[in-house]
Design a protein. Structure first.
Length: 319
């Protein structure tokens, strides 16, 4: 099915608009991370207390949060879990960030939570079953591991694209993915939403998704270079993007609708994960067209300015 059979959009002619858009959101995110909200980290990274609570009846998470807020317990995370014993499903994990509990012991956290629920939560009885501490050392290790996971994924993709295409293709794709990651993390900072391990998983997923989208465009560019050796690279890039536009809109559009539904109806537990996917898919699709592909043309122009051969390698014809 071809939605844009005769599309002739001059994508390269709009590169300065794209650059302005990227700069606005990138700079806004960086400024927020540096001077406003920082990078809001969840309990996985900054440490805190996780308390498993069993309720006599299905709990209302909104009422739980309100009960804790009325008791002065700030910024709790409330998440439903399955019964560890295989019984009822009336279990919640309540996470208290270290900033609110750094001077409290396990026993004090338990008593404070029990008192808050007993005084302010009236839906059913609640029993604290287990208290776990995530220390600052463990949080720092998770931060380091998360950074390494993102770095290694980018490095691996750069090497793969260098081998499959040429170094400039890999550099352009990695710059585009870094652009996607920066804007996604910046969106979390701007909206002051916590980054947890599930959000890191979403970001790694988006790195692969965006890279795949970019490879599709790059492969079409390389094929068209073999067929149109006398055509300018700008025209080849524009035509290649237009030829893959239907595939991009259908695949990205359907994926976006899925994650948007997850964000709207998935509840508080999946909010961070689905928000990262919603922002990342939009930006990842955009960057394949507006960041990665124009970098190839910019590279060619730079080569020409230095008096060097500028033609990117075309795909070899099959024997």
């Amino acid at each position: 099915m071809e939605l844009f059979r005769d599309a002739k959009v001059d994508w390269l002619g709009k590169k300065w608009y794209f650059l302005g858009f990227s700069l606005i959101f990138s700079v806004a995110g960086v400024l927020s991370m540096l001077f406003w909200h920082g990078i809001p980290r969840g309990i996985d990274f900054k440490g805190g207390t996780e308390i498993q609570v069993r309720f006599a009846a299905p709990p209302n998470e909104g009422h739980i949060r309100q009960a804790l807020a009325d008791a002065g317990i700030k910024d709790p995370t409330v998440q439903a879990i399955s019964d560890p014993t295989g019984g009822s499903t009336n279990w919640e994990v309540i996470s208290l960030p270290q900033t609110a509990t750094s001077d409290a012991s396990n026993d004090a956290d338990r008593k404070a939570l029990e008192a808050a629920l007993a005084a302010n939560y009236h839906d059913s009885a609640a029993t604290v079953e287990q208290v776990d501490i995530v220390g600052p050392t463990a949080g720092k290790q998770l931060v380091s591991q998360a950074k390494l996971a993102v770095l290694y994924s980018l490095l691996g993709m750069l090497i793969y694209l260098w081998f499959r295409f040429e170094l400039i293709y890999g550099v352009a794709a990695v710059v585009a993915v870094f652009h996607d990651t920066l804007i996604t993390v910046g969106a979390f900072s701007l909206t002051n939403q916590e980054i947890t391990l599930t959000v890191i998983a979403a970001i790694l997923t988006l790195i692969g998704y965006s890279m795949n989208d970019t490879i599709v465009v790059f492969d079409r560019i390389r094929e068209n270079l073999a067929l149109s050796r006398r055509e300018s690279l700008s025209d080849v890039v524009n035509r290649s993007i237009n030829q893959t536009l239907t595939r991009t809109v259908i695949s990205s559009g359907l994926t976006f609708l899925t994650v948007l539904s997850l964000y709207l109806f998935g509840g508080a537990v999946l909010k961070g994960f689905s928000f990262a996917l919603v922002v990342g898919i939009l930006i990842g699709t955009y960057s394949s067209i507006a960041v990665a592909a124009p970098m190839l043309v910019a590279y060619q122009d730079w080569r020409k300015a230095r008096g060097k051969a500028a033609t990117l390698p075309a795909k070899r014809a099959k024997a």
